[in-house]
Structure formats: structure tokens, C-alpha cells
Design a protein around this ligand. Structure first.
Ligand SMILES: [Ca+2]
Ligand SMILES: [Ca+2]
Length: 217
């Protein structure tokens, strides 16, 4: 029994850990709560889904945590044949996606640019990704360095797993937040959340089986 209160139903994302930038800036996912093995994160959530966006000047330590660039997760392209950054998102159930929003840094004077291209593949079981990917090419912006949210429309794609590939435009890709929108029709208010909680509590109390509460449509 489980009622997901996450509006987007995201259970976890798997990806390579963010990298070190210079002597004192770590672009890692500091709050990731899954497993970390050999620089790879899997089975958890962290800074890409904490609703906190980074500010343009990634070097500021605005929460005084002693961690510059805290809100950002970044990867560097240090080889000519560097593969795109791959992030795999797992959802609570198959979803009919409508868009993806990625909050990106574009401080090109510091070798950071928004991805050149993003590709998204969809899967129901997590093993096979079939069908044409959703592709978005981002026009290089060499004028404005402000961090921004890039919105990628997703037309008619359903899946429980999404594989996202981000292709390098510059030496660094830095992102701070990723949000998927899917065809959810009911918004979760505190009242509804409380009702679901009571429902699940009483159903377990009286052994009347598992309440199959369909929150999403
Ligand atoms: Ca964040
Ligand atoms: Ca970070």
C-alpha cells in the first residue's frame, strides 16, 4: 500500500555523480538519498528534485554551508568523445508525460552552457526503450548568462521510466532542478492527503484489504 504524494510521481533518478570543479567547488548531488557506488547514484532522490533552484553565480555559498555551488549538479566534458550525461528517472506508474523542465546554468564565460541537445527515451519495464526519442536542440545563447528553466514539450509519450541524455555544448553542464509534468488531473491538497491517510489507516486497521487509491489519471 502506498499513496504517492509527490505531485509528479517521481520515485528515483539514477545518474553519474556530479564532478569537482577546481580545488574547492564540488558539483555533486549532496543530498542524494539512494546508493552511491563507483561514482554512480541509483535508487534515490536528491538535489535535482528538492524544488530548490541554483542562482546564476554558482560560486556563492548563499546558505553558508561551506559548499560553493551547493544547489548545482555539474558534469564536465574533458574528452573529445565524451558521451552525453545520462539520467534515468523512475516513476510510480506509467505516466502520460506532457513536458520536462530543466533548470540550467549558462555562465558561458566560465565554460558552462546549456546542453546542445536533449534526448528522451521512454520505457514501461525499464529494460527496453522503444520508439522515437523526444529530441530538443537548444540554440546556443552567447548573450545572456542568467540561469534559466528550459522547457521541453513531450508529445504523446507514456512510460514508467524515462532516459534523458544531455549533450555537451561547452566544457560544463550544470543543472539544479528537473521536473516532469504528466497528465495528473487531481491536485493534492492537504485535505485530500489527510483523507488518503485516514483511508489507508482504517483499511489496515480493519483488515479489509489494501485501499487502491487512484490519485492520478
Ligand atoms: Ca534543486
Ligand atoms: Ca550540488
Amino acid at each position: 500500500m502506498g499513496v504517492a504524494f509527490f505531485p509528479d510521481g517521481l520515485l528515483s533518478y539514477d545518474m553519474p555523480q556530479g564532478e569537482k570543479r577546481g580545488a574547492e567547488v564540488f558539483m555533486s548531488d549532496f543530498t542524494y538519498d539512494g546508493t552511491i557506488e563507483n561514482g554512480y547514484l541509483f535508487g534515490g532522490l536528491g538535489q535535482l528534485s528538492d524544488w530548490e533552484e541554483g542562482i546564476t553565480n554558482f560560486r556563492l555559498d548563499r546558505h553558508n554551508l561551506g559548499k560553493k555551488g551547493y544547489e548545482w549538479v555539474g558534469w564536465k566534458n574533458d574528452t573529445v568523445d565524451r558521451k552525453p550525461v545520462e539520467i534515468i528517472f523512475t516513476f510510480d506508474r506509467p505516466r502520460n508525460f506532457t513536458s520536462l523542465q530543466i533548470h540550467c546554468n549558462n555562465m558561458f564565460s566560465k565554460d558552462i552552457r546549456i546542453f546542445r541537445m536533449a534526448k528522451m527515451y521512454f520505457s514501461n519495464g525499464g529494460t527496453y526503450y522503444s520508439g522515437e526519442p523526444v529530441v530538443m536542440e537548444y540554440l546556443k545563447d552567447s548573450v545572456i548568462e542568467f540561469a534559466r528553466t528550459v522547457v521541453i514539450p513531450i508529445p504523446h509519450r507514456i512510460g514508467r521510466f524515462v532516459k534523458l541524455e544531455l549533450f555537451f555544448e561547452s566544457r560544463w553542464i550544470m543543472i539544479s532542478e528537473v521536473k516532469f509534468e504528466s497528465g495528473m488531473k487531481i491536485s493534492i491538497t492537504p485535505t485530500i492527503a489527510a483523507l488518503f491517510f485516514l483511508l489507508s489507516f482504517f483499511s489496515s486497521l480493519h483488515h479489509i484489504g489494501t485501499a487502491d487509491v487512484r490519485v492520478y489519471h
